[in-house]
Design a protein around this ligand. Structure first.
Ligand code: KG4
Ligand code: ZN
Length: 353
């Protein structure tokens, strides 16, 4: 047994099938795990024509991709199955049929190789990606913000495994709102990069769009009213009408106004959580963190109030298996899963079900 441990991580929570090999020091060694390999098979092409993720299509694609991704991750890391010390898998939250594929592969490997299985929370993984991306800096304790197609949630993170949810979306996730609004504007999928593209150089103040809960004490989010406001701006009072009232410049202004409204709320709520907790670090994860206006505004907020901002490179913001390196601290803490563990679709949100 060497001084470091090798972990194979599997990720199938939504629409990316991913695997990674991580290497981290065994206790009493200290240090952040390193990524030996990380591969992702994106299903975006399969879901594009539907404008969103279709769960059954996602599950079937995971079934096709999970073993090739595991083989690819092992090959790129130059290790064999017998070199592994543990298997990690994200078991929550996510699409049930998708989660089951990854968990079944992970259980089978753990059983066959007689090594521990570690179950990880996908959102804790998204935040741990900040620590992986900045191994020489102290990320915890921090406020964590996950902004993706499936989630918009704020956490207090006293350590990688000590996270408590402070609030989340009451309807659509921020990325989902980008995807739905892009579809209303006749843009492609995924919507975030498309909205960002047409909004570039346009006027973000052209349309007065709602910013739900902005002046509310709750650390929650709501984007469905914003989506409806975009619909009315596009078609007028008869939202069912196929007629679009805006020219190309107007559509760009509407995209820019929408983007600004989402970013305003995300930045304001993160700032509120920081102020309330007194914490001086913010870790961000999820696909929406790829948005350049968001990155610019969150960095400016950090500068203004003296808070360190951690946003990983885009490959570690979007879904990936490397972030499941959080399984190593979990393993050292003795948190090994039983082989009869099940998946869980929803969030673990204390006190709110
Ligand atoms: O984290 P992610 O890859 O997958 C999960 O949903 O878990 O996030 C995907 C979401 C999509 O809704 C996509 O539209 C959004 O992230 N997104 C963006 C940008 N790039 C991706 N949203 C805004 N601006 C972007 N540049
Ligand atoms: Zn995610």
């Amino acid at each position: 047994m060497g001084s470091s441990a090798l972990l194979l991580a599997i990720e199938t929570t939504c629409d990316e099938t991913a695997a990674a090999v991580l290497e981290g020091p065994r206790p009493p060694g200290v240090g952040v795990p390193i990524i030996r390999s990380s591969v992702v098979a994106s299903q975006v092409g399969l879901h594009r024509r539907y404008g969103g993720v279709v769960p059954e299509i996602a599950s079937r694609a995971h079934v096709r991709q999970v073993l090739p991704m595991i083989d690819e991750a092992l090959a790129r890391a130059g290790v064999g199955l017998r070199d592994l010390d543990a298997i990690a898998v994200a078991t929550r939250p996510g699409l049930v049929g998708a989660l089951v594929v990854g968990l079944t592969a992970a259980k089978s490997l753990a059983l066959a190789l007689d090594i521990p299985l570690v179950a990880v929370d996908h959102l804790e993984g998204h935040l741990y990606a900040c620590q992986l991306a900045f191994p020489d800096r102290q990320v915890y304790p921090c406020i964590g913000l996950v902004v993706s197609g499936g989630h918009t949630s704020l956490f207090r993170c006293d350590g990688p495994l000590e996270t408590a949810m402070l609030g989340g979306t009451t309807d659509d996730a921020a990325g989902e709102a980008f995807d739905k609004v892009a579809s209303l504007l006749g843009l492609g999928y995924p919507g975030g990069p498309e909205i960002e593209r047409v909004a570039r150089g346009r006027n973000p103040k052209a349309f007065a769009l709602p910013r739900s809960f902005l002046h509310d004490d709750r650390l929650d989010f709501s984007f469905s009213g914003l989506k409806t406001a975009v619909l009315y701006a596009l078609h007028g009072p008869n939202a069912q009408s196929p007629e679009v009232l805006l020219d190309e410049a107007g559509l760009g202004d509407l995209a820019a106004s929408f983007q600004e409204a989402v970013v305003d709320v995300l930045v304001a709520k993160a700032r509120q959580a920081l102020a309330r907790s007194g914490l001086k670090r913010l870790g961000v994860g999820g696909g929406v963190a790829a948005n350049s206006r968001f990155r610019e505004r969150i960095a400016a907020m950090g500068d203004a109030i003296g808070v360190e901002i951690f946003i990983p490179p885009i490959s570690l913001c979007t879904d990936n298996a490397a972030m499941s390196a959080i399984a190593l601290p979990k393993l050292w803490a003795g948190q090994v899963a039983d082989l009869d563990i099940d998946v869980r679709a929803g969030l673990v949100r204390p006190g709110r079900g």
